[in-house]
Design a protein around this ligand. Structure first.
Ligand code: C5P
Length: 240
């Protein structure tokens, strides 16, 4: 097999959580550590791709030979993706983007004195993956992959995301599976691909638990195969 199966391709990856400020000292976020997205960015670079990694705040070091754009909020992440997406051949959104942000960020620290409760209004953030799905070229030259983390109704929700966000592939992981989810080095995923020939009925595969680094390689080879038009040697070579 070629050691540079993604040579000549531009790969865009989102990773990590977002941080939505509440006041100058506090923010809303989630448990994402960025491991899955960083593993994908790193594997893509090793496979010879030109990689842009749009990363929320994480404790990981940037992979070698990857162009890292650091962001904090979902809106920042949206802006960075909007910049890079048009040139991307394969886009993988592994970030855990905050669905909501604080409507009005307090200019000074919110004080507790004299208050038994406070109410914070949240407004929804742009859905970056859906935005990209609506804009991807329809000649098959741009491949889009989303992730879904669920605690229930995994497949049903993942199918919905695959179609409603116009993804070519959706990688679903259940937070409740042992060896899956936030901060682990392994993941257990179900991979849904929207068959171009058989639109409407996605192909669903349950993959065994594996290291996020191995999973990253397999996903990338699959995505490259989808881009070059379905079944491929690349994929078969990867089965060992
Ligand atoms: O709908 P849900 O948030 O579960 O979809 C998850 C997928 O959508 C992930 O690929 C995530 O990176 C992406 N997403 C996004 N922008 C959002 C919310 C989710 O890109 N605002």
């Amino acid at each position: 097999p070629s050691s540079s199966p993604l040579k000549g391709l531009r790969v865009l990856v989102t990773a990590g959580p977002t941080q939505e400020p509440l006041d100058p000292v506090r923010y809303l976020t989630n448990h994402s550590t960025g491991k899955m997205g960083y593993a994908i960015a790193s594997a893509a670079a090793e496979f010879g791709a030109d990689v842009t990694l749009v990363s929320g705040p994480v404790a990981l070091t940037a992979p070698d030979a990857v162009d890292v754009v650091r962001v904090m909020t979902a809106q920042d992440m949206f802006d960075a993706v909007a910049d890079a997406f048009p040139a991307a051949d394969i886009t993988i959104m592994a970030a855990a983007v905050g669905d909501f942000r604080v409507a009005e960020i307090a200019p000074e620290k919110i004080k507790k004195a004299g208050r038994s409760s406070i109410t914070v209004e949240l407004v929804s953030n742009p859905d970056i993956l859906a935005w990209a799905g609506e804009r991807k070229r329809d000649d098959g030259s741009q491949i889009l992959c989303g992730f879904a983390m669920e605690t229930e109704h995994l497949i049903r929700n993942a199918e919905k995301k695959l179609t409603s966000k116009y993804c070519d592939m959706l990688v679903a992981n259940n937070l409740r599976d042992a060896g899956a989810g936030f901060g682990t080095d392994t993941n257990v995923v179900t991979v849904l691909t929207s068959g171009a020939e058989d639109a409407g009925t996605p192909k669903i595969e349950h993959w065994d638990k594996m290291d996020k680094t191995v999973l990253a390689q397999r996903l990338l080879l699959r995505l490259a195969a989808l881009r070059s038009g379905g079944a491929s040697n690349v994929d078969d070579e990867n089965k060992e």
